[in-house]
Design a binder for this molecule. Structure first.
Ligand code: DX5
Ligand code: ZN
Length: 251
């Protein structure tokens, strides 16, 4: 059930390429954190062609910033055909994450640092019909979570400290992206690897080369004169880098 619902339109309409022959589609997810919150429906439409709309939920506890919650996600889900990728930067996701599935999110990401029972939570998100995803802050290593990976549809590696858009990309996260891609390959998983924070024209290729295949971009998309064009340009860059990446050629 979650498989059908989660398939993004771009996966079906992407131009053919080497990565696609192996089932590796690049996905670009604009973050509405950098959009105009008073015009969310229009801002969602401004990135037609994006794979998912990345929705940052912040509670002023887990991160020092406050954004939006379940009612806004419900309205946004009605206002756009683009599936919603909800990134929960909140305390107690065990309690709140299922409500975001009910609100219409196609993918729900919780932070492992905040979850009391990540396996139970991932299973609950999947059982409710969404893709289950787990996020790691920059100081959280991937290695302790190797055995949890089969429970997940996506892993999010933060490439800035979560809380704000427009921060500088942390290059020191590239080895973690590489190691995570190796673990995904080692276990033969169909797990998407998302990067979030400071992803732009000048950093997206490094992320793709290291092994990411889902790219969140806030200021690089909504700060551009033409957000839809910025999505296309980022996709072209990521596809080019993926086609030449060692991790993608190994398959
Ligand atoms: C940061 C958020 C990101 C943010 C990224 O905590 O999780 O999704 O919107 O913004 P940029 O792309 O501007 O770094
Ligand atoms: Zn985010």
């Amino acid at each position: 059930m979650s498989q059908v619902r989660s398939r993004s339109r771009t996966e079906e309409s992407n131009r053919p390429g080497a990565w696609q022959a192996w089932g590796m589609a690049v996905q670009i997810n604009p973050s509405i954190l950098s959009a105009d919150f008073a015009r969310l429906a229009e801002e969602a439409q401004a990135v037609e062609g994006a794979d998912w709309l990345h929705v940052d939920v912040m509670d002023n506890h887990f991160v020092p910033n406050l954004t939006l919650g379940v009612p806004v996600v419900e309205s946004l889900a009605r206002a756009t055909d683009t599936p919603l990728d909800c990134h929960l930067m909140i305390a107690d996701p065990d309690r709140w994450a299922p409500q975001y599935v009910e609100a219409g999110a196609g993918s729900v990401t919780f932070h492992v640092e905040a979850a009391a029972a990540p396996v139970r939570l991932a299973r609950e998100i999947r059982a409710k019909g969404a893709r289950a995803s787990m996020a790691l802050k920059p100081a959280t290593p991937i290695e302790p979570y190797e055995d949890l990976l089969p429970e997940l549809d996506m892993l999010l590696i933060m490439t800035v400290e979560p809380g704000f858009g427009g921060q500088a990309f942390l290059d020191i996260m590239l080895p973690k992206i590489r190691r995570t891609r190796e673990l995904i390959s080692k276990h033969g998983l169909e797990l998407w690897l998302q990067v979030d924070g400071g992803v732009s024209a000048s950093t997206i290729e490094r992320c793709a080369e290291a092994g990411a295949d889902v790219f969140v971009a806030g200021s690089a998309v909504y700060g551009a004169a033409d957000p839809a064009q910025a999505v296309r340009a980022l996709r072209t860059q990521a596809q080019g880098a993926t086609a030449h990446a060692a991790w993608a050629c190994d398959h």
